[in-house]
Design a binder for this molecule. Structure first.
Ligand code: URP
Ligand code: ZN
Length: 462
């Protein structure tokens, strides 16, 4: 199959230019002016992309599809529905998590996760490996993991009670091992000891409604955890990557570490850029419940500025979807299932509210949503670029298309979006995965199992 995209405006982090793109099979084969189909061949599909942008496929570098939440819950989106919904938003690659279970090896977790995803994802994917406990073979297993194509780990500085957190000694040990294996460490940064101290204040309260969540996990908690892990990484002369940066204070910590020559990097998400904690006072507040919690307008603004000033390298989603039925199972903020859907709305929101309001241009948007995550997690240039010889993962994007985002138009199994009612100008019209059109004009042409596991290389941050 040959696909010829004519008259589109190609956007890369370096340049914007009008040229045609010829795709043969899974790869980009030619980028040139006025490419004509060979006369002898009629096996061409031609797309006219006049007035449209051609972007490299979007990478959602933080998802939780088919995530089990003990004792007996699982996210609404499995690998198929999550990735299919992502494809409607121009996403062609997602990076999810293989979660180590205490007492079991990380290799076991990784193999199980590969098995869960196999034959289900509609777009390409990889995993970050979470580590919650060390054991005799950890060092060897980390090496094996890297050889198996995983380039990054995930650590928590919170959720001690749930068993997700390493103690300080093991944390230091793991950082050293990761550095030696050149695995990028990503961190959910909230200071658990501080949270425990705050919780004491509320211990006599029978029930804590959702609006207490930001009080239990305030920005100071993020600040403290980023400073601590940032300093440790600096001492060990290794890069560190902060997941879902949520607050102005967290941003301040990041700047302080950077200023003292720490190699610290971060991602943020549309919900920390566009939503605020007053949503947690609404009747349906559980729909806006995630960890870290939503913050204030001032925090939104600080994060936009951080993007403008290039302190944040990636925007992704932390897509972790539950149906409203699941979310409303509890109204106590210590028990509500945490997480919201987001993959499908990532690109239109970032374009409309980031590019549209002048925080960055469309070239920088491509960096934040595609090229940077591809480099950071080891998939560049196959992903995150528009170069001859690389994977033909593309989004055709109509910068003039206006839509009001609504629950009913979403494809996530959550059945709702926290961005219901948000106006966007600019929307993806066609998503192409390795040369195959998987979404066009709001119709899905992809397939369950059409996505493949990507063997990641070393992170560009090493
Ligand atoms: O509330 C959230 N973000 N749930 C997903 C798991 C995590 O902490 O990243
Ligand atoms: Zn997290």
């Amino acid at each position: 199959m040959k696909l010829l995209i004519k008259n589109g405006t190609i956007v890369t982090p370096e340049q914007i230019y009008k040229k045609d793109i010829l795709i043969i099979g899974e790869k980009i084969r030619k980028i040139n002016e006025n490419i004509l189909p060979e006369k002898s061949s009629n096996n061409y599909k031609i797309i006219d992309a006049d007035d449209k942008y051609i972007l490299p496929g979007i990478i959602d570098a933080h998802t939780h599809y088919f995530m089990k939440s003990p004792p007996n819950n699982v996210t609404a989106d499995d690998f198929y529905s999550g990735s299919m919904s992502a494809a409607f938003g121009g996403v062609t690659t997602f990076i999810d998590y293989a979660e180590q279970q205490k007492g079991h090896s990380i290799i076991e977790a990784f193999i199980n996760r590969l098995e869960e995803a196999k034959g289900n994802a509609a777009i390409d994917y990889s995993f970050h490996q979470s580590v919650c406990s060390l054991y005799n073979n950890t060092k060897e297993d980390l090496k094996e993991l890297k050889d198996g194509g995983v380039s990054s780990l995930k650590l928590f500085t919170t959720y001690k009670e749930e068993g997700s957190m390493l103690d300080k000694e093991d944390l230091l040990e793991l950082l050293k091992m990761s550095r030696d294996s050149k695995l990028l460490v990503t961190v959910h940064a909230e200071d658990d000891e501080m949270i425990d101290q705050i919780k004491i204040k509320y211990k006599d309260k029978e029930k804590l409604p959702p609006c207490f969540h930001p009080l239990l996990r305030p920005p100071e908690v993020e600040y403290s955890a980023i400073k601590e892990i940032g300093d440790m990484a600096k001492l060990l002369d290794m890069p560190i990557y902060i997941a879902h940066l949520s607050s102005k204070k967290g941003y301040r910590a990041l700047k302080e570490i950077k200023k003292s020559r720490g190699k610290i990097f971060a991602e943020t998400t549309p919900h920390y850029l566009l939503l605020t904690e007053d949503l947690l006072k609404k009747e349906d507040s559980q729909k806006y419940f995630m960890t870290p919690p939503l913050r204030d307008k001032e925090d939104n603004e600080a994060l936009w500025e951080a993007l403008r000033d290039k302190y944040i390298s990636v925007i992704d989603t932390d897509h972790c979807s539950y149906t409203t039925e699941q979310k409303f199972l509890s109204s106590n903020c210590l028990d509500i299932l945490a997480g919201i859907p987001g993959s499908e709305t990532l690109l239109p929101l970032v374009y409309s509210y980031g590019v549209g309001r002048g925080y960055f241009d469309v070239k920088n948007m491509v960096n934040l949503l595609s090229t940077n995550p591809a480099k950071i997690f080891g998939f560049y240039p196959e992903k995150g670029s528009l170069e001859v010889g690389t994977d033909a993962d593309l989004v055709i994007f109509d910068p003039k298309k206006e839509i009001i985002i609504s629950d009913s138009q979403q494809h996530t199994a959550a059945g709702y979006t926290p961005f219901d009612g948000f106006k966007v100008k600019g929307y993806p019209t066609t998503t192409i995965l390795r040369g195959k059109i998987i979404v066009n004009d709001n119709r899905f042409y992809g397939e369950k199992g059409g996505g493949k596991f990507l063997i990641g290389k070393e992170s560009a941050l090493y």
